[in-house]
Design a protein around this ligand. Sequence first.
Ligand SMILES: Nc1nc2c(c(=O)[nH]1)N[C@H]1C(S)=C(S)[C@@H](COP(=O)(O)OP(=O)(O)OC[C@H]3O[C@@H](n4cnc5c(=O)[nH]c(N)nc54)[C@H](O)[C@@H]3O)O[C@H]1N2
Ligand SMILES: Nc1nc2c(c(=O)[nH]1)N[C@H]1C(S)=C(S)[C@@H](COP(=O)(O)OP(=O)(O)OC[C@H]3O[C@@H](n4cnc5c(=O)[nH]c(N)nc54)[C@H](O)[C@@H]3O)O[C@H]1N2
Ligand SMILES: [Mo]
Length: 759
Amino acid sequence: MKDKVKYAKYTMPTGGWGSVKSLAKNAVQQRAVKTLPGLLKDHNKTGGYMCTSCAWAKPGKPHLAEFCENGAKATFWDLTAKRTTPDFFSRHTVTELLGWSDYELENQGRLTHPLRFDPSSDKYVEVSWAEAFSDIGQKLKSYDPQSVVFYASGRASLETSYMYQLLARLYGNNNLPDSSNMCHETTSVALPQSIGTPVGTILLEDYAHTDCILSFGQNVGINAPRLLHSLQEVRERGSPVIVFNPLKERGWQEFVNPQRPGQMITNKPTEIATQYYQVNAGGDIAVMMGMAKFLLEWDDEAQLHGRERVIDQTFIQEHTHGFSDFETMVRTTSWTDILHVSGLSRASIEAAARTYANAKSVIAIYGMGLTQHRYGVSNVQMLINLLLMRGNIGRPGAGICPVRGHSNVQGQRTVGIAEKTELVPLDRLAEQYGFEPPRNDGLNTVEACESIVKGHIKAFISLGGNFVRAIPERDLMEEKWRDLDLSVQIATKLNRSHLITAATTYILPTLVRSEIDKQASGPQIVSMEDSTTCIHASRGKYQPASDTLLSEPAIVAEIAKHALPPNPAVPWDEWVGNYALVRDAIEATFPEQFREFNNRLDIPGGFPRPVAARTREWETETGKANFLLPKALSSSFASIDDSDIFRLITLRSNDQFNTTVYGYDDRLRGIHKSRSIIMMNADDRVRAGIQKDGFAKVSTAVDDGIIRDIVLQVIDYDIPPGSCAAYYPECNNLIPLWQFAEESKTPAAKSVPVRVAPV
Ligand SMILES: Nc1nc2c(c(=O)[nH]1)N[C@H]1C(S)=C(S)[C@@H](COP(=O)(O)OP(=O)(O)OC[C@H]3O[C@@H](n4cnc5c(=O)[nH]c(N)nc54)[C@H](O)[C@@H]3O)O[C@H]1N2
Ligand SMILES: Nc1nc2c(c(=O)[nH]1)N[C@H]1C(S)=C(S)[C@@H](COP(=O)(O)OP(=O)(O)OC[C@H]3O[C@@H](n4cnc5c(=O)[nH]c(N)nc54)[C@H](O)[C@@H]3O)O[C@H]1N2
Ligand SMILES: [Mo]
């Protein structure tokens, strides 16, 4: 189907009335208007529930409304009055539903009953919980533990996640891939090597002390809008914000704070970026190399004239390792290469470096624009190098700020959802639960896909998420998925992963976080970790969508009880009856991280886990912060030298949360009515022989015998020549499974080499 796009450049600020209008439209569409007062009272507030959208920090002193347009949308979609009941499934075959869009599927509303796919009628039919657990348990008992995967999307609470990882380990594997494998795994690999911690170093309060923000490859207005409050304050103090992004994202340009009546009335926006550079996709290492070159040049001059040094020599000497090799590399890298790969002028890079050098304390923010590239790890490490040059880590107002995705994705890793055994205190688990945990590393997301392709996987358990839609190489993966023996989907809404069925497939519907979770000891509290390592309690406030739903801890416990031999050391039922006991167990496993867990649940702003690098302790092999050399100047898979090959970025619109598509309005980019589009530089479009507003066949430019293509409408867009952008998940069939970030195996979703031809 060729939907015609409506495109007109959007010139309004982020936030403001556009945001309020969009929020109201969604509330009405999801028949969730009555949740609005609760949104003000409870959303992201101490004593309330934590947003299910992004993982951005929740301030100790919240705003009157501590939510953004997109957090509100996520809540309306969770608390919708619409229901996807067994009656719905009796009216639609799975084959028919496979023809529906992501939007149409989730827009049916909340799942209400456990369901099993019936191949003879090609329909999902209601099944009792008891029957479902008994069958799942029996099947799991029959498999080789290595042939089962326990995937987690990043929403489930710390309590559920802890129980889930224990289930996998008691079952006999470490096959615990999670959405973070497709996301900030690059961060989790890069940062420990550089600074000895897998997470960011800054706390929300650092924004009150910073003198400058550097931002690479993150889209604040869409994916972490509450961060705009801090950025607005930074700007009002007069501190500069430098942004590198191939696209001119509105959120980084102008913001009207809906919390400020005065600003809403005048509609006079705060300018966010003071310097905005449209770097080539994959050109960030080159930019940072250029900035580092200027810092060294100015430092040379300063020394010559006896002025204050530009690099922090004392910090470098005392705290870092590897500077001289790095320095040599910076000095010998040519400007010709830097300018060619980055696509920026020397003057632009100089201006950015000058602002950086003039600031005392700098925070570096980044997102998927750095992590989802072939050399994503080098991207992140190069950013750390730049910070280390001026001692910008481990003091107030300075540090590294990876902006995480799902609301508890970081926390899931913290409590043991990890395929890498080195990240988990296995000995402690062994002692606590009297068993011998598997010691071999498990499968990450890409490896799980590879194993499915090879036919090595029998069963896939999914704790939330939409795995088949989120991964690369969709066509092949959908085909191979059907060879699985068992697929168990613990979910809130219907999605495409539920429709790609295995020999036996279950959908197990569950509560959302804002719903009251009543167990034996009363209403339960759950907890999560935000992007700044702060742990928050969350209390559901709304009646569940259906009284037939089970909570996630209950579902995990029942699967465990049916699949595992009894183990008196693991009190599954008591845990489900009182989640505080799970928190005690978490504290016993991770005493340093979760000291006095239950007592500290309600600290406003959350309690931070300790991060050694914050106090300049470096838990690396050298005992220092390491300058690490980038593997290449371009981080992309697509060669910059072949003018017929474009670097495709697959990204999010303003109307989606990952594969949950709320609608077809990417308001902040001015793109409406269609998601089947590609944003291209007009000169590139003309060169490719495509009419204005015409359609193009976009195909992956790799030579591995697999044809990957899609037809998209071309929009002339303000993007550097050679780079182009289109929406995730529609374009996931274009990403080869083997194109991932080296070392982290994060799929290279911003690095896809494509050809574009008229149709
Ligand atoms: N409303 C909403 N919020 C979300 C999500 C959502 O879907 N909707 N998803 C959540 C999740 S799981 C995640 S991981 C985060 C994702 O949040 P982001 O990290 O912001 O991810 P993307 O939308 O993929 O956008 C990445 C940005 O990087 C830019 N970019 C692409 N390639 C390059 C490059 O080579 N260099 C540079 N400098 N920039 C580049 C793109 O133009 C885009 O602006 O957001 C979370 N929050
Ligand atoms: N091309 C491309 N691909 C990408 C990306 C990209 O930028 N480009 N980004 C990647 C990233 S960063 C990520 S994180 C992944 C996301 O991958 P996933 O996390 O697997 O996908 P989501 O779309 O977040 O999952 C949505 C589904 O989760 C279920 N759900 C929602 N809330 C709950 C809940 O509270 N409990 C349970 N049990 N289920 C719930 C609903 O049924 C919903 O349909 O995609 C990755 N894929
Ligand atoms: Mo993510």
